[in-house]
Ligand binder design. Structure first.
Ligand code: ZN
Length: 375
């Protein structure tokens, strides 16, 4: 058995304790106070593992952390990416406390992606303690991945440009590595019509509810299971009261595409939707927020490396495409070899049954450690 795997298996309970601590500190993306307090906790934790930590202040969201081991000037570092925000609002712990039973750990963010963070930190701890590894590693922890990474994208791309490779500690569905991802677009569609009395002046109005209903069907008609393009109108709102012809309506639209060309084509399609009534007006804002992650040669070769390491450790590793977004797309988009899905093994991201398989933690942390060691 690999020395690292032995060490991490011996420390399995400590890893679980850390996981409990991470999950029990709630960190919703839009709650700056809780996010900053998590960042402070995480900075202390990383300091305890011999890292230098820089806190990057962000006004609009929680602060980010840039955690560094080794001398960055000596050679290009390996970049590890992890986010510590979750989709769960404060108070979720009351209904979904951290708990471990029947071989699975549950709790808000346990799978996406606090389990991955804990495994990443333990990988570094094991590497440094057992092998004396001292090459440079930058562990960039952002606070806003679940909020489209608007305030970390540039920083992540800059880190990726400086790195030999990027390992992304996102959750691993079914234990597979993610070697490609769909691109993500977010749009807001606003329709303006004309209000009127629904009883005495029904024909003077221009109903934006009517307009929006048609637009929703039109937008959804672009979903295509064969090409992988999906359009989802996630929210709609409009109108005032039941006896008024609605004068305003808004919708939020999510787009997923397989490649850059389709991203451009569909963005244009969504931006150019037209009203049914010639006096109604449609305004579309937004665009692509995450480029597609393409399975480049660099990505494929990292996966090949991970698969050989896994084979030596005694398990089989597969790869998959994901429709979900991740910061791995930013690293890959600046042509840095990127391997995503290196985090916890489990299921139920963003859902109440969110969980990870606890017996896979030492093994997955070992995989991360050996990747860092051999890249
Ligand atoms: Zn995530």
């Amino acid at each position: 058995m690999s020395k690292l795997l032995q060490y991490l298996t011996d420390h399995h309970t400590d890893m679980l304790d850390d996981l409990g601590e991470f999950v029990s500190r709630e960190s919703p993306s839009y709650d700056k106070e809780r996010m900053d307090s998590f960042a402070e906790f995480l900075a202390g934790y990383a300091n305890g593992l011999g890292a230098e930590v820089e806190t990057i202040p962000i006004e609009e969201r929680g602060n980010h952390l840039r955690i560094v081991w080794g001398d960055e000037n000596a050679e290009k570092p390996v970049l590890i990416l992890g986010h510590f925000d979750t989709v769960w609002p404060a108070g979720t712990l009351d209904a979904m406390p951290f708990r471990v039973e029947d071989g699975v750990a549950r709790g808000p963010g346990v799978f996406d992606m606090k389990g991955g963070l804990v495994q990443g930190f333990w990988a570094m701890k094991a590497l440094r303690e057992l092998t004396g590894f001292d090459r440079p590693v930058v562990f960039f922890c952002n606070s806003d991945e679940e909020a489209h990474s608007y305030f970390s994208r540039d920083l992540i791309e800059a880190e990726a440009r400086k790195a030999r490779a990027a390992l992304v500690l996102e959750s691993s569905n079914g234990g597979r590595m993610t070697t490609s991802r769909k691109g993500v677009g977010v749009f807001e569609v606003e329709v303006t019509g004309r209000e009127s009395h629904a009883g005495s002046n029904p024909f003077k109005g221009i109903s934006t509810i009517d307009e929006m209903a048609r637009l929703v069907l039109e937008l959804h008609s672009h979903t295509n299971a064969d090409t992988g393009t999906t359009v989802n109108v996630g929210t709609i709102e409009g109108g005032t009261v039941v006896n008024v012809v609605a004068g305003k309506a808004r919708a939020k639209v999510n787009l997923r595409v397989m490649d850059e060309a389709e991203a451009e084509r569909m963005s244009e399609v969504i931006r150019s939707v037209e009203p049914h009534h010639k006096e109604a007006a449609v305004e579309v804002r937004g665009g692509i927020v995450r480029p597609p992650m393409i399975r480049s040669e660099g990505v494929a070769s990292l996966f090949g490396q991970a698969r050989s390491i896994a084979a030596e450790l005694g398990f089989e590793l597969d790869e998959t495409m994901s429709g979900g977004g991740s910061d791995g797309s930013f690293a890959a988009s600046v042509e840095t070899p990127t391997l995503d899905g290196m985090g916890a093994v489990g299921q139920g991201a963003h859902a109440t049954h969110e969980q990870i398989k606890v017996d896979t933690m030492p093994q997955r942390a070992t995989l991360v450690a050996h990747m860092i060691e051999t890249i």
